[in-house]
Design a protein around this ligand. Sequence first.
Ligand code: CDP
Ligand code: CDP
Length: 208
Amino acid sequence: MVIAIDGPAASGKGTLAKRLAAHYGLPHLDTGLLYRAVALTMLDAGFPLEDEAAAARAAEALIADRLADPRLRERAMGEAASRISAVPAVRAALLAWQQRFAGNSQGAVLDGRDIGTVVCPEARVKLFITAAPEERARRRHRELEGRGETTTFDAILADILARDARDASRATAPLKAAADAVMLDTTELDADEAFEAARLVVERARPH
Ligand code: CDP
Ligand code: CDP
C-alpha cells in the first residue's frame, strides 16, 4: 500500500505522513529532505544555486547519510531547496530514488509536492493537505523558534507565499493536487484531528 501525501509548505504533510507510517507499519520518506540535501550540498561546496549542472551532479551523487543533517530543517534551506527543485535534471535524479523507496514490497508513505502526480501516480491513497497561509506561517514560526532559530512571523509568511508560488508555477512537476486526491484542509484541525481524518480515508481505500 503506497500512501501519497502532497501539499504546500508547512501544511502538516510531514507530521501526518509520520503518523500514518507508524500506524500502518510502513516506511516513510519526507521527499522535501532530498531537495533540501541537494541545496545543502551546493551551499557547502560553495556553488551558486543557479548552477544547474552542479545541482544535477549533487542530486545524482546524493547519499542517504546527508538526510540526517539538522541544518536541513533551517528556514534558509527550504528556500534554497525550492530554487534547485525547479531544475529538471535534479528532479529526474531524485525521481529514481523516490520510486525505488516506494517500490519496496510492503508499501510506503511519501510526502512532498508531486508524489500523487509524478512519483507514485498509481498510489492507492492520495491526500492533498492544505491550510490557510497565516496558519501555516504560525505553525512554522512556532517550530523554528522551538528549534532556537530566530525569525519573525511576517518573514515566514512571506517565505511561504513566495515558495508556494514558485513551486506551483514551475514547468516540471509543479505543486498540484492529483485529480484523484482527497483534499484535507487542516486550518482548523490539530495534528490528532488531521490524522483521524486521514486514517478514515485510508481505511476506505484499503482492500477488505
Ligand atoms: O511537512 P510540512 O512542511 O507540510 O509540515 P509539518 O512539518 O508536518 O508541520 C509544520 C508544523 O505544524 C509542525 O511543527 C507541526 O507540529 C505543526 N502542525 C500543527 O500544528 N497542526 C497540524 N494539523 C499539523 C502540523
Ligand atoms: O516542509 P516544507 O513543506 O516547508 O518543505 P519541504 O517539503 O521540505 O520542501 C522544500 C522544497 O523542496 C519545496 O518548497 C519544493 O520546492 C521542493 N520539493 C519538491 O519540489 N518536490 C517534492 N516532492 C518535495 C519538495
